[in-house]
Structures are given as structure tokens and as C-alpha cells.
Design a protein around this ligand. Structure first.
Ligand SMILES: [Zn+2]
Length: 360
């Protein structure tokens, strides 16, 4: 397996539905969901290279061992790096955005010679990695948006409104052109070259996201050569090994199931799935909750996306939200491998991504 990283830059407005259309207003997500990237590649290969479509395992929705291509969410950049979801366990000063030390209720920083003393609040959303070294919230680069009003057109063309006219103008929120996002994709060696060489053509023949017939969805991919998973795991396990504690934070919604029921949080099912995923990729599945695990959990609903079912929403699934976190124990190698491999269901759509950070 290779980890492929790079940037996706919008060349036209982009729109990614979040399933929460209100009236005639369609809101967009502020990032590019992995499932739409997978959908674009899948749709293109299905039309143009059926052998590669099959080799990627794109018809497979649930069994990760049969998948050879895993798209990840493309998140806004922060200081040139892909941003991550802030762990929910921390509190940040309302005034200067510094980390509130554990056990304290107010900020102990000094501002212009005076103690800051403001209270803290949780932060939900994406942050730059520098947040961890600077102990202060580092916001990602802004994702500028536009709002456009479109009029529905009927086949009969431009007529004045009749008595039975039902159509209303609608409003599309879109990401502006010229915004870059951090791209990540895990691909088997057998398919990576083929997939990389089709990205450009797929992006301008298929496009990404909604309202493509309205001129939305044009992007540019710029990728670096893939890095072997083993090399990446070795590098990251060295960094993780130096940390005193290991906080596992979800960087996308995570879906864990037990007997067809979705289980929210970091229970036995989560660790069982994580360890069996590691074992199936040849790593030791030795991750367990820490002695003082203190999990922080919120719930989300995500839309499963199936190429097999006509590239449509397959199901609405309860999931554990990104930002949910728990202190864990395990060998640095296993923790590093879990960052690369992910945990839970619908992994090829970008769900189940985690990252490990030390105590801050
Ligand atoms: Zn402060």
C-alpha cells in the first residue's frame, strides 16, 4: 500500500451537500468529502477502464480487505499542511485562544502585562497541527464561500409564469475558486499508478460534488509520489514513541457496528475493530483504552455512499463524530499504523480516520 498526498485546488465553485438543505438553500461542507473523490474516480473508471475499476475494489462497500483504494476527506490547509479536527477534551481561552491547563478554569497567560484570566470553551472544528506545539488554537486557512441564486429552467424554455407554476429560485452556497485542500489517498501498488494518471482527466470529465451542470465541480489535483505504508509507519512510530501519553482523536466520522447495529463511542467494538484491522494488515493489534481513558464523544449522522447502487446515498448511518477522543495505550508501531489504515466501516469513503497526539 502507498499513501499518496498532495493538494486539490478549486478551479470553479464547488458544492458538497451535507444533507441539510433548508428550504431553497443548499449549504456546502467546508471541505471535500472522500466519498465524492471516490465517487468521481469510480464513475470515471466504470465508464473508461472497467478492469481498473474492479482492481480498485470500488464495487465493495464494506469489506476493507477487498478494497484497494481508500479516499480520504480533503481538509483545508493550515500553514501548508492538511488540518485536523480539534480533540474535544481540551478547553481554549475565549480571549487569547491559548490552551487552558488541565484542572484550571481560567487562562494563565499574560496579555500586555496583565493576566488574561478569561474562561475557556471547547472548540469543535478543524485546526492546524501547530496548535499542539504552540498550545494555542491555530485556525486553518479561510475557505471563502459564495452564495448564488439560480432559477430552475423547464424544457419549454423561457415563458412567463403560468397559473400552475411551482418552481422557485434556489440558492447554492459554494466554495470559491482558488482554494486548496490537503489531499490523502491510500492505494495498493497494483492500482496506484493507474488511478493517479486518471485523476486529471476524471476531474474535468466528471467533476466533483453537486451542481456540475451549473458549472460547479472543476478542480486541479497536484500529487506527490506515494510513500510506502511501512516507511510512513516507521517514521510516525518514532515520533509517537517519544510522547508520554497517546490521545487518539477521530479525524472523520467513525462507524463501528455490532450485529448490524451502529455503536457510538470507544467501547469494546471500537478496539476490536481497530485491532483486527491492524492484524489483517500484518501489524500487532495491541491497542487498548488508557488507564485514565477519559473519552469525549459526540454523535453524528453520515451518509453511506454506494457506487454499486448507482453512486447514490446508500444509507444514513449513526457515527461517532470527528473530534471525539480517548487516551489509549499500545505500541507506537500499532498506533502509527492505525493512523494510516483507519478503523471501522466505509473506510474507502474516508470514514474512520484517526490521529495520535501526545499530552499538551
Ligand atoms: Zn487567554
Amino acid at each position: 500500500m502507498l499513501m499518496i498526498q498532495g493538494d486539490i485546488t478549486s478551479l470553479s465553485p464547488l458544492h458538497f451537500g451535507n444533507g441539510r438543505t433548508r428550504g431553497t438553500f443548499s449549504q456546502t461542507l467546508p471541505y471535500i468529502p472522500g466519498r465524492t473523490i471516490r465517487g468521481m474516480i469510480g464513475w470515471y473508471l466504470f465508464q473508461n477502464d472497467h478492469a481498473l475499476f474492479d482492481a480498485c475494489g470500488l464495487a465493495e462497500d464494506h469489506d476493507a480487505t477487498k478494497m484497494h483504494l481508500f479516499a480520504r476527506n480533503a481538509y483545508p490547509l493550515a500553514g501548508g499542511m492538511r488540518s485536523v479536527y480539534a480533540p474535544l477534551k481540551y478547553y481554549w481561552c475565549k480571549g487569547c485562544q491559548s490552551l487552558i491547563p488541565a484542572g484550571k478554569t481560567e487562562c494563565n497567560m499574560t496579555m500586555k502585562g496583565f493576566p488574561c484570566l478569561q474562561e475557556g470553551r471547547r472548540y469543535t472544528g478543524m485546526i492546524g497541527m501547530e496548535t499542539f506545539s504552540e498550545k494555542r488554537l491555530k485556525n486553518p486557512d479561510p475557505v471563502p464561500m459564495r452564495l448564488e441564486t439560480k432559477c430552475p429552467i423547464t424544457r419549454d424554455g423561457h415563458t412567463s409564469m403560468g397559473k400552475d407554476w411551482q418552481l422557485k429560485p434556489y440558492h447554492i452556497q459554494g466554495i470559491e475558486p482558488g482554494v486548496s485542500f490537503g489531499f490523502q489517498m491510500l492505494a495498493d501498488e497494483t492500482v496506484s499508478e493507474g488511478v493517479l494518471s486518471c485523476l486529471e482527466e476524471a476531474s474535468y470529465t466528471c467533476g466533483l460534488g453537486g451542481f456540475r451542470s451549473r458549472g460547479y465541480g472543476l478542480v486541479d489535483f497536484s500529487t506527490e509520489p506515494g510513500v510506502q505504508v511501512k516507511e510512513l509507519v516507521d517514521r510516525r512510530s518514532g515520533e509517537i514513541g517519544e510522547q508520554e501519553t497517546h490521545l487518539l482523536t477521530l479525524n472523520s466520522p467513525c462507524i463501528t457496528r455490532s450485529h448490524d447495529r451502529c455503536i457510538i463511542g470507544f467501547g469494546d467494538e471500537f478496539f476490536r475493530e481497530a485491532n483486527s484491522r491492524l492484524a489483517s494488515a500484518g501489524f500487532s493489534g495491541d491497542i487498548s483504552p488508557g488507564a485514565d481513558a477519559s473519552p469525549e464523544i459526540t454523535k453524528a449522522l453520515v451518509r453511506g455512499w454506494s457506487l454499486k447502487n448507482g453512486n447514490k446515498v446508500d444509507e444514513i448511518v449513526p457515527a461517532t463524530s470527528p473530534g471525539s477522543c480517548i487516551t489509549v495505550e499500545g505500541s507506537p508501531q500499532s498506533l502509527a499504523a492505525l493512523e494510516v489504515l483507519g478503523v471501522g466501516d466505509l473506510l474507502s469513503c474516508g470514514y474512520g480516520e484517526v490521529y495520535i497526539s501526545g499530552g499538551i
